[in-house]
Design a protein around this ligand. Structure first.
Ligand code: AMP
Ligand code: MG
Length: 395
């Protein structure tokens, strides 16, 4: 059986490529940028007034006795640049305005008194203050955002500021989520005593939406012939198929057999991990369809999605999912032969995690109570508390 590291390597060596599209700014959040973006102008684009007050030429300040300046005009934010006619005067300026020509210093209202159209300086002033200099944050033609960046809210603001309203992003794969199992009924149905409502498809669909992937949901019973017909259509119609259930050792776990009959080449089946050991991964090379077949237990399916699928998704766009190291607040002993994904909850400071016990990988309710999993590599080793492990945040 292969290790978690080997399984991940196999998956990451099989990227998918779905092209590039342009989307409007409002739809670009959490998408991956497909090109480098360069600034079309300096930032700020002009010497920007940072305080409401007056602007003067500091060469004219008489530092010995209190100065006063006649107010010539007002430079509001959004006005084209004004110019002082007489350098002994001042111009009233507002935050966000371009600094008037022939001035180099802003004095805030707090430091002046205005009487009969003259501004009297109340205290010593510092020349050249309160001006956000043109290009001091960023220069025209410099890289503003790099290709592969996952766009967050600040990035969207930045793109707007450099004039990008149609954002080039990597296209997302078309994803199908398929649950298998005769015991499963949809949420709209009333289950009989021996049945359960399918939940994985919905949690996976929501997790995908967090990465902007809109996925269709299917359900197929454990019947080899029906699985063959239905999977054949799904594998033809989608770039990625996420399957829940039917990959273990049970009599009716037909999924691996059916997938191979449909030409999906198995790249591995079973990973030395808990939960999620029966995980199956393969590719239909002609159709370029990736198939991630997760075990059906809710915690297993979720762990496999969060750890393997999300790392794959980020990597195909040239990005890398971050798995920050977190200190564990408890002592722990690693299992001898299986790597583990341990359910944990973050402390309020967000720098330490503690273990949440669950009832095994079928315990769907435990998933709602946790923030993620820590990855504990196999190897029969005891770790004292405060040891750090990669943290897989659940989305
Ligand atoms: P399997 O991997 O098919 O052996 O399923 C393992 C367990 O997961 C069984 O108890 C299934 O009923 C359950 N299971 C499979 N698929 C789902 C699903 N979509 N939602 C909730 N439970 C599921
Ligand atoms: Mg099943």
């Amino acid at each position: 059986m292969i290790s978690v590291e080997e399984a991940l390597e196999i998956i990451l060596l099989k990227p998918g490529s779905y092209g590039v599209e342009k989307v409007s700014l409002k739809d670009a959040g959490n998408r991956f940028l497909a090109n480098d973006i360069f600034s079309d102008r300096d930032s700020p684009p002009f010497d920007r007034v940072m305080m409401d007050g007056i602007a003067i030429d500091s060469n004219l300040i008489n530092f010995k006795e209190p100065d006063s300046f006649l107010i010539e005009s007002i430079q509001a934010a959004g006005d084209p640049q004004k110019k002082i006619a007489d350098k002994n005067n001042c111009i009233e300026v507002m935050t966000g305005a371009i600094l008037p020509a022939n001035t180099d210093t802003v004095i805030p209202y707090e430091d002046i008194d205005i009487v009969n159209g003259r501004a009297f300086i109340k205290q010593a002033i510092t020349p050249k203050k309160y001006i956000h200099r043109q290009g001091s944050d960023h220069k025209k033609d410099q890289l503003a955002l790099g290709k592969s960046k996952r766009l967050n809210a600040a990035d969207i603001g930045l793109l707007a500021s450099v004039g990008i309203d149609k954002v080039p992003v990597f296209k997302l794969p078309m994803v199908a989520i398929v649950s298998t199992g005769n015991e499963l009924v949809d949420v709209k149905e009333i289950p009989q005593q021996h049945q359960v409502r399918m939940s994985n498809v919905y949690s996976l669909q929501t997790a995908l939406l967090g990465d902007m992937v809109v996925a269709d949901i299917f359900h197929i019973n454990d019947d080899e012939a029906i699985l063959l017909t239905e999977f054949s259509k799904i594998i033809n119609g989608y770039d990625v198929v996420l399957i829940s259930g039917g990959v273990s050792k049970g009599k009716y776990d037909y999924v691996p057999l059916v997938l191979e009959k449909l030409g999906v080449q198995k790249l591995f089946h079973q990973v030395a991990q808990r939960p999620g050991k029966p995980f199956w991964f393969g590719i239909q090379e002609q159709l370029k369809t990736h198939v991630f077949a997760f075990p059906g237990n809710p915690v297993s399916a979720f762990v496999c999605y969060q750890f393997y699928f999300r790392q794959w998704l980020f990597s195909i766009f040239g990005n890398q999912l971050k798995l920050p190291l977190m200190n564990l607040s408890d002592d722990i002993i690693a299992s001898n032969n299986l790597s583990q994904f341990i359910p944990v909850i973050l402390n309020t400071e967000g720098n330490e995690v503690s273990i949440v016990t669950n009832n095994g990988s079928g315990d769907l309710f435990s998933l709602s109570a946790i923030d993620g999993f820590i990855y504990l590599p196999k190897g029969d080793k005891a770790y004292p508390k405060k040891s750090s492990f990669p943290f897989v945040k659940i989305t």
